[in-house]
Design a binder for this molecule. Structure first.
Ligand code: UDP
Length: 454
C-alpha cells in the first residue's frame, strides 16, 4: 500500500453527482488509496446531516469543503445559471486554494492526483496547471459523452447548426449498434437553456479530450459501441463495486427506511416503485394524473414525493386519493432507493431515467416505466426501451400530459411482458459478472488502482 500519495475527488455539487463519486471514493479507499473528498459547503452540510453516526465513524475518506459562492442561495434556486457560473468562475480558484492549503499545512501526504467530475472541468485544469495527475469521471452514460464528442461531425454533415439546433427533423445515428436519437431529444435541446447547455457540452468535449482517463459508471458489455467511441473511457460500473458499501452514503436527504418494513409485508413482485431523482418537477395537473393513474392501476405502490416536486407551488393530492389508496400505497419524501430496488416485492420502476437510477434499476433486474424529463434522460430511455428492452416508455398526449389511462395501460403492459422481465434479469446477471472477480469492470478498476499507486 502506497501511503505517500493522496487523491482529491471532486464532484459537481449536486445529488446525482456526489452520490456516485462518493461511492467511487469509498471503493478507492477500500483498495488502499488515500482519499480526500471535496464537497461544496452546501453539499457537505446535507450529507453529514443525512449520514448515520455509525457511517460517520466508519468513513474511510477525509471530507473537506470549499465554497462554491452559492451559500446564500435558497435550496430551490441553487441549480440554475448561478451554479453554472460558479463552476467556471469561483470553484477552480477555491479548489486550487484548497489543494495548496492541504499540501502546505497538513501533516498528511500531499495531493498528487485529482479525480474530478468532467462537469467541473475547471478543477481538472487546476490539477493540470499544478502538475498533478488528472482522472475525469463522466457521471452519465457513455452514449451522452459520445454524442458531445461528435458535435463537430454533426455540424459538418449539417444535422445541427453551430448553435446546436437541429437543421432537419431527422433522427441521428452515431453508429449502427446504438439507438437512434430524435433530433428533438439531443442533450442540450431545451427552450430556455439551449445555448448554455450546448456550450457546456462543447466544453465537456474539450475537457474529455485533454485527460488520459475518463471513468464511467457503466460496464463495457452494456454499451460497447458507445464505449468504443470514447478512446480514453474506463468503465468501472455498476458502482458500488464493493459489497460492504452502504448504498445510502452521499445522500442529501435522510432516507425514510419505514418503506422497507412496509415492503417486507407486501407479496413478492407486487409493488410499483415511483421516483424521479433529485430535481425533476411536475405541474400540479401532471402530478394529479400520476396519482390517479396509480390508483387506476389497482396495484400497490411506493412513491417518492419530494416536497418540491410540484413546480412553483406546494403540492396537493387529488381529492380523496390518499384515503382511497391508504391500504396499498406508501409515500415517502426520500427512499433508500438501492435497498428498495433490491427488494423482492418491487415489480417495476417508474423512473425519470437519470443515469444513476438507470444503473441501479439494471443492477437489480427491475423493469422500467420511462418518464424522462431532461438532459440525457431521453437518450437513456431509448437505451432502456429500444436497445436493452427492459422497459416501456410513457407517451404524452397532444397537451403534453401523460394521462392516467396511459399510465395504467403501460403498467399493465409492462407487468405482463415476460420478455422484458427476462431481459432485465439477464442484464442484472451481466452487471454482476462485470464487477465480480475477473469481470470487465473489476479488471478496469484494478488497473485504475495500479495507475493511481504508480
Ligand atoms: N435517490 C435516493 N432516494 C430517492 C430517490 C433517489 O437515494 O428517493 C438516489 C438514487 O438512488 C440515485 C440518485 O438519488 O443514486 C439520483 O440520481 P439520478 O442520476 O438517477 O437522478 P438525478 O437526481 O441526478 O436527476
Amino acid at each position: 500500500m502506497d501511503l505517500h500519495q493522496r487523491v482529491l475527488v471532486v464532484p459537481f455539487p449536486a445529488q446525482g453527482h456526489v452520490m456516485p463519486l462518493i461511492k467511487l471514493a469509498y471503493n478507492l479507499a477500500y483498495n488502499g488509496i488515500n482519499v480526500t473528498f471535496a464537497n461544496s459547503e452546501f453539499a457537505e452540510a446535507k450529507i453529514l446531516a443525512a449520514m448515520s453516526d455509525a457511517d460517520k465513524k466508519q468513513c474511510p475518506i477525509r471530507l473537506v469543503t470549499y465554497s462554491d459562492g452559492m451559500e446564500s442561495q435558497p435550496d430551490d434556486q441553487r441549480y440554475g445559471q448561478g451554479l453554472m457560473d460558479s463552476i467556471t468562475k469561483v470553484m477552480p480558484g477555491n479548489i486550487e486554494k484548497l489543494i495548496k492549503q492541504i499540501n502546505c499545512s497538513d501533516n498528511r501526504e500531499p495531493i498528487t492526483c485529482v479525480i474530478a467530475d468532467l462537469t467541473v472541468y475547471g478543477t481538472l485544469e487546476v490539477a493540470s496547471r499544478m502538475g498533478l495527475k488528472q482522472v475525469a469521471v463522466w457521471p452519465a452514460g457513455p452514449a451522452s459523452l459520445a454524442l458531445s464528442l461528435h458535435i463537430p461531425q454533426l455540424i459538418k454533415i449539417g444535422v445541427i447548426d453551430g448553435n446546436g439546433s437541429p437543421t432537419k427533423n431527422e433522427v441521428i445515428r452515431l453508429s449502427d449498434e446504438v439507438p437512434v436519437l430524435n433530433s428533438s431529444e439531443l442533450l442540450w435541446i431545451n427552450p430556455t437553456t439551449q445555448k448554455a447547455f450546448f456550450n457546456f457540452s462543447l466544453t465537456i468535449k474539450q475537457a474529455a479530450e485533454k485527460v488520459s482517463v475518463v471513468l464511467c459508471n457503466t460496464f463495457d458489455e452494456l454499451d460497447s459501441s458507445s464505449c468504443a467511441m470514447i478512446p480514453n473511457i474506463l468503465p468501472i460500473g455498476p458502482l458500488p463495486l464493493v459489497k460492504k458499501l452502504n448504498p445510502s452514503i452521499g445522500t442529501f436527504s435522510s432516507q425514510d427506511s419505514t418503506c422497507l418494513k412496509w415492503l417486507d409485508k407486501q407479496p413478492s413482485n407486487s409493488v410499483i416503485y415511483i421516483a424521479f431523482g433529485s430535481t425533476a418537477v411536475f405541474s400540479q395537473k401532471q402530478f394529479n394524473e400520476l396519482a390517479l393513474g396509480l390508483e387506476l392501476s389497482g396495484h400497490s405502490f411506493l412513491w417518492v414525493v419530494r416536497s418540491n416536486i410540484v413546480n412553483g407551488s406546494s403540492l396537493e393530492y387529488p381529492d380523496g386519493f390518499l384515503e382511497r389508496t391508504a391500504n396499498r400505497g406508501k409515500i415517502v419524501e426520500w427512499a433508500p432507493q438501492e435497498k428498495v430496488l433490491a427488494h423482492t416485492s418491487i415489480s417495476c420502476f417508474t423512473s425519470h431515467c437519470g443515469w444513476n437510477s438507470t444503473m441501479e434499476g439494471l443492477s437489480y433486474g427491475v423493469p422500467f416505466l420511462c418518464w424522462p424529463y431532461f438532459w440525457d434522460q431521453f437518450h437513456n430511455k431509448s437505451y432502456i426501451c429500444d436497445m436493452w428492452k427492459v422497459g416501456l416508455s410513457l407517451k404524452a398526449d397532444e397537451d403534453g400530459i401523460i394521462s392516467r389511462h396511459e399510465i395504467k395501460t403501460k403498467i399493465d403492459g409492462l407487468l405482463n411482458d415476460d420478455g422484458i422481465r427476462t431481459s432485465a434479469l439477464k442484464l442484472m446477471e451481466d452487471a454482476k459478472k462485470s464487477v465480480n472477480e475477473g469481470g470487465s469492470s473489476y479488471e478496469n478498476f484494478k488497473s485504475l488502482i495500479k495507475y493511481l499507486k504508480a
